[in-house]
Design a protein around this ligand. Structure first.
Ligand code: SF4
Ligand code: SF4
Length: 253
C-alpha cells in the first residue's frame, strides 16, 4: 500500500541543512520581513489529504496528541466531486523524530512532484506557500535546498509508486500554483518580497481568497479528475465526503 510504504521512506535526506537556512525555516516559518496580523508563523501548517490523515492517525504514533490546536479542513465542491484538505498546525519546530511519523508533505519538502494522467513527471512545485511566493517573485527562498534538477532526476529515477489519488491531489496543487502565479504577479506588481508591505498584501490576498480566484479552475480540476479516471478505472473520489464525516464523528477533525 502506497501510504504504508512512503511513511517508511526517507526521500532525499539533506543532512543538517537547517544550519544553512538559520533555523529550519520549513518547520518554523520565520522570515524577517513577514508582517502578518492574523497568520501565526511560529510552527508550520501541514496539509494532508483526507486519506493520508485517516492513515496517519491510525499509524504508529498518533498525530492528534502532539498538535496544540484541532485540525481544520477546507472543502471544495466541483460538480459531483468533493475535494478536501486537512490543515494541521505543527509546533514541533523540526524536532519530530521519534514523536510522529513525518507527513508526506514534510518528506517531500521542498518540492512536490507533478505527474500527468499517464504518470509522466512533468514538473515540480514548491511544497510550501512561502516558497511558492519566493519562486513566483523570483527571489531566493530562505530554504537553501533549491536544486530543482537534482530532485527532478531523483523522481524520474526512483518510482515512489505514488497512487493515483495522491497524484491527482498533486496535480490540483499544480493548478493552484499556476493561478497563484497569475494573480500574485498582477496584484503585487510594484511590491518586492524583501519588504514588509509585500507580506501584508500577501496576507490579505491569501485570507480573502483573492490569490486563488479564477473562472476556469473548477473546469480544470474536473477535467483533470476525469482524465485520471481514464487512466486508472479504480480511481474515484466518491467516498471522500463520507471519509470527512467519519473523521468528524471520531472527533479527530
Ligand atoms: S529544507 Fe530548507 S528550510 Fe528546511 S531546514 Fe533544510 S534548508 Fe532549511
Ligand atoms: S512534522 Fe516535523 S518536519 Fe513536518 S513541520 Fe513538523 S517538525 Fe517540521
Amino acid at each position: 500500500m502506497f501510504l504504508n510504504n512512503i511513511y517508511k521512506k526517507e526521500i532525499i535526506f539533506e543532512n543538517n541543512c537547517w544550519k544553512k537556512c538559520g533555523n529550519g525555516f520549513c518547520c518554523d516559518n520565520q522570515y524577517k520581513n513577514f508582517d502578518f496580523g492574523l497568520i501565526n508563523t511560529s510552527g508550520s501548517i501541514i496539509l494532508y489529504t483526507p486519506r493520508e490523515y485517516e492513515f496517519a492517525i491510525n499509524f504508529k504514533k498518533t498525530h492528534e496528541n502532539i498538535f496544540y490546536s484541532k485540525p481544520k479542513f477546507i472543502k471544495k465542491k466541483v460538480n459531483d466531486i468533493e475535494i478536501s484538505v486537512i490543515m494541521v498546525k505543527c509546533n514541533l519546530l523540526g524536532k519530530c523524530n521519534n514523536i510522529i511519523d513525518k507527513p508526506i508533505l514534510c518528506r517531500l519538502y521542498p518540492f512536490i512532484p507533478v505527474f500527468d494522467f499517464t504518470s509522466t513527471l512533468i514538473n515540480m512545485v514548491p511544497a510550501s506557500i512561502y516558497d511558492v511566493v519566493f519562486k513566483i517573485k523570483e527571489f531566493d527562498s530562505v530554504c537553501k535546498i533549491n536544486d530543482f534538477k537534482k530532485y527532478f532526476k531523483y523522481y524520474q529515477d526512483n518510482d515512489l509508486k505514488f497512487d493515483t489519488y495522491t497524484k491527482f491531489y498533486f496535480y490540483v496543487v499544480y493548478l493552484y500554483y499556476k493561478i497563484i502565479k497569475k494573480n500574485l504577479i498582477s496584484l503585487t506588481k510594484n511590491l518586492k518580497v524583501d519588504n514588509k508591505s509585500f507580506w501584508k498584501k500577501f496576507e490579505f490576498l491569501l485570507l480573502t481568497g483573492k490569490l486563488f480566484e479564477d473562472n476556469n479552475l473548477d473546469k480544470e480540476i474536473y477535467d483533470c479528475y476525469l482524465n485520471f479516471q481514464i487512466f486508472d478505472k479504480s480511481f474515484s473520489l466518491d467516498k471522500e465526503s463520507n471519509l470527512i464525516k467519519n473523521l468528524c464523528k471520531k472527533n479527530v477533525l
